[in-house]
Design a protein around this ligand. Structure first.
Ligand code: SF4
Length: 443
């Protein structure tokens, strides 16, 4: 599972350069492309494929001197460089730059409607539609807030979005707040997908509220334009966001720690040592250890330096890749009943190899504990989840998954335990329960 994007926007001195640093802090949300648009009496965009440090090499940042910028990191397995963001969209004689995190659920019917009205789209991805919708409604109303209100009425799905338009920033979070978005105030105003990308600028930081729109011109004005039942993506807490981020008032590390503690509360296995799959399972493993009283140790070591290694096809090389990435600490696991914690199981292939590594290192028993419920359904709100066919929990029972991964026992956190651990009830849990937030599909 992968997050598709991270966004940033700012009006401040050296906004283009600050965007570069903020994108580095958001790199975990997308590694396939990066881009920055600035305002220089018109939109100027630099973007490319690769990591932020690769895209903005040498003197490129000098071309982005401006006090107003929007920026984007993207993960995608498809699409061309043209579809790296920020995108520039055109409609009604005006242009707009767009940085969008999320996915629009009514993209295809709405795009067809716009095409019938004569709008010509330049890209195949949904983000362009957000900008086109705004430009059309701005032409009708002449008012940015009124135009955004109509965008909220028209465009369904997940969007944390920043527009650079006519020397202004317009930044908004969809009415149910699927994707996170933070606002920071200090020597200017800043926005980012996660507050951890803003704190380095020494700002007063808070969440952008669902349905809230900011207009940044000479002044900063914000309004909440619509209220819906909130549905914050629970996977931001389980896996995607940085542990040092605070989203919707909840610190991500603390939420993960509590997921582990709840898992221990629901469990009765015992064991000699708790270990984590690094780094995704660490906070939950510490929580599990503290609640169960079973000592926590580092039983698997991650190689941080192999990057995107080219692996030859075939079973031997696939196993070699896992061994290169993760190595068991024999002294910690040998002869022990190991409780192994991770945040989730998607296809089951990685977990199967990890269990086998631990057994080869002499673990007497391996009890796998997952700090979230089984993932059974696809996401239509901006997260890249494999198809149902590939999701092991969509078509196998817990016992069948246990057998498939070779563990001595397997247990998942319950949905109720997860909600209790996060500490807010207004969550989207659709990929776990199949119950999709109503607003996103009301069209
Ligand atoms: S379906 Fe899952 S991944 Fe998608 S928004 Fe909801 S909780 Fe997040």
């Amino acid at each position: 599972m992968r997050e598709k994007c991270g966004i940033f926007a700012a009006k401040t001195e050296n906004a283009g350069r600050k965007a570069y640093y903020a994108l580095m802090a958001l790199q975990h949300r997308g590694q396939e492309s990066a881009g920055i648009s600035v305002w220089k009496n018109k939109i100027r965009t630099l973007k490319g494929k690769g990591l932020v440090s690769e895209v903005f090499k040498g003197n490129r940042l000098k071309q982005l001197r401006s006090n107003m910028a929007i920026a984007h990191v993207r993960y995608s397995t498809s699409g061309s460089l043209n579809e790296a963001q920020p995108l520039e969209a055109f409609c009604c004689g005006k242009s707009i730059a767009i940085a969008h995190n999320g996915t629009l659920t009514n993209f295809l019917p709405l795009r067809r409607e716009y095409e019938r009205m004569g709008v010509r789209f330049r890209y195949s991805i949904d983000s362009e539609l957000l900008g086109v919708s705004f430009l059309r409604h701005f032409q009708e109303t002449g008012d940015e807030f009124e135009a955004m209100k109509r965008v909220f009425d028209e465009v369904r799905g997940a969007y944390a979005v920043a527009f650079l338009f006519d020397g202004k920033l317009i930044v908004a979070r969809d009415p149910v707040g699927f994707r996170p978005l933070s606002y920071g105030e200090g020597d200017g105003c800043y926005f980012a997908s996660e507050d951890s990308a803003l704190r380095m600028f020494n700002l007063e930081v808070r969440d952008v509220r669902p349905g809230e729109v900011f207009l940044v011109d000479e002044d900063v004005e914000s309004r909440i334009l619509t209220r819906e039942k909130k549905a914050h993506c629970v996977f931001e807490y389980i896996y995607f966001a940085r542990p040092d981020s605070t989203i919707n008032g909840i610190n991500v590390y603390r939420a993960r720690y509590r997921m582990g503690a709840e898992l221990a509360e629901e469990d009765d296995i015992g064991g000699d040592v708790v270990i984590a799959v690094p780094d995704s399972g660490r906070a939950a493993a510490i929580g599990y250890s503290h609640r169960s009283g079973i000592p926590y140790e580092e039983g698997l070591i991650k190689n941080r330096y192999i990057g995107r290694t080219f692996i030859m096809p075939g079973q031997f090389y696939r196993e070699l890749k896992v061994k290169l990435k993760l190595s068991p600490v024999q002294e910690v696991v040998s002869g022990k009943r190991v409780v192994l914690i991770d945040d989730s199981i998607v296809r089951g292939t990685t977990m199967r190899r990890i269990v086998s590594l631990l057994k080869d290192a002499g673990a007497r028993e391996v009890h796998v504990r997952i700090a979230s419920p089984p993932i059974k359904y696809p996401c239509y709100m901006g997260i890249d989840i494999p198809t149902r066919h590939e999701l092991i929990a969509a078509w196998r029972s817990v016992e069948e998954i246990r057998e498939s991964i070779g563990a001595d026992s397997l247990r998942y956190l319950s949905v109720e335990g997860l909600k209790k651990a996060v500490g807010i009830r207004e969550l989207c849990t659709a990929c776990l329960t199949g119950s999709y937030p109503e607003w996103a599909f009301r069209f």
